[in-house]
Design a protein around this ligand. Structure first.
Ligand code: SF4
Length: 344
């Protein structure tokens, strides 16, 4: 029986929710529960409640388990805890900081750079990162399911210069294995498409998603003539707990190149030792620290801003401590540019 056939049969036979779906259903979606679980003072929940009206709170149980109890400054908590600062208007910070709407060819299909397109393939995430550059993205206007596949494939098939499609979101690994297979089959049937890149935070925040079904899908993607690449997103070494390390090991063990992109965030990772630990932890797992992003100037995230001069100091310090392959490229995305700007 072929891999594709097995995968389709497994999807058809699924009669109980997979464990990652059960775990996702148990994610925390209100500040009061988060504050109670972490033994934080009540006023933290009041502020979070005000700020989350702009961008709701979502935190998986796995991510929560890695936070320190009783510490409002925990670097993982800071990434997900809504603060009053999010409600302030700050000059230079807006809803579409990297000009994505101008790059849209159709809702959710972005063609910014030569040779590849990015698809907002899923409208949701397992965790809401407060600094997210898509926190104001009009997900409701993007097509879903077959409509999204049809629109993307028609555009890509008509342009032979496109060799790579990036599934992004939201988080594309929130799609079912069956939906992912549909993407692979359709894109794999376009002769000039050679690579399928997946931008996902799930191996970090919901590691149970990296299960046998997902690994089968990656194998199937290769069998369809597409080279899969995975780009994960971790900002702090405490994120790489045992369950996350196991998930990354499974991905790498399946022969898929895995890269990490981090965002430079005040109070989270604007520290030489923290970044060095993160990079070492990643390379020990054979995950390449690919990018350190300057924060995108998205409305609601100004309190995470770190000056570029400080970012350059941190990269210089990493170069003194780590082998070259463990030092990420420090970059900033700019609206209308043909590539990310190198800040090193
Ligand atoms: S997982 Fe990615 S897309 Fe989702 S909220 Fe976090 S940064 Fe944004």
């Amino acid at each position: 029986m072929s891999i594709l056939h097995e995968l389709q049969q497994a999807a058809n036979n699924a009669d109980s929710p997979r464990s990652w779906r059960r775990e996702l259903a148990s994610a925390i979606r209100d500040p009061a529960t988060l504050v109670r679980e972490l033994n934080l003072p009540g006023h933290v929940a009041d502020a979070a409640d005000r700020a989350q009206r702009l961008f709701p709170i979502v935190v998986t149980r796995s991510f929560l388990a890695r936070m320190r109890r009783g510490d409002p400054d925990d670097p993982l908590l800071r990434q997900v805890l809504p603060l009053d600062a999010e409600t302030e208007t700050v000059p230079g910070f807006g809803p579409d900081p990297v000009g994505e709407l101008a790059a849209e060819q159709s809702p959710g299909l972005l063609h910014k750079y030569a040779g590849r397109v990015l698809v907002v393939a899923a409208p949701a995430c397992a965790i809401h990162c407060r600094y997210c550059f898509r926190r104001h993205f009009p997900y409701d206007a993007t097509p879903r399911g077959d409509d999204a596949v049809d629109a993307t494939c028609a555009y890509v098939a008509a342009d032979p210069s496109l060799h790579e499609v990036i599934l992004s979101g939201g988080d594309p690994l929130l799609l079912s294995d069956e939906s992912l297979l549909r993407w692979s089959e359709r894109l794999g049937s376009i002769p000039h498409v050679r690579r399928l890149r997946v931008h996902t935070r799930l191996p970090i925040v919901l590691p149970s998603r990296v299960d046998a079904g997902l690994l089968d899908w990656l194998r199937a993607t290769r069998a369809l003539g597409l080279a899969p690449w995975i780009v994960v997103h971790a900002n702090h070494p405490a994120e790489i707990a045992d369950d996350c390390a196991d998930a990354l090991t499974r991905l790498v063990g399946a022969g898929v190149p895995v890269l990490n992109q981090a965002v430079l965030l005040r109070g989270v990772n604007d520290d030489e030792s923290v970044l060095a630990d993160l990079c070492e932890r990643l390379v020990d797992l054979r995950v390449q620290p690919y990018y350190l992003h300057q924060l995108d100037s998205v409305a609601g995230a100004a309190h995470f801003h770190v000056d570029e001069s400080r970012g350059r100091e941190l990269i210089a310090a990493l170069r003194r401590r780590l082998p070259g392959f463990a030092v990420p490229r420090y970059v900033r995305e700019a609206a209308g540019e043909a590539h990310k700007l190198d800040l090193n």
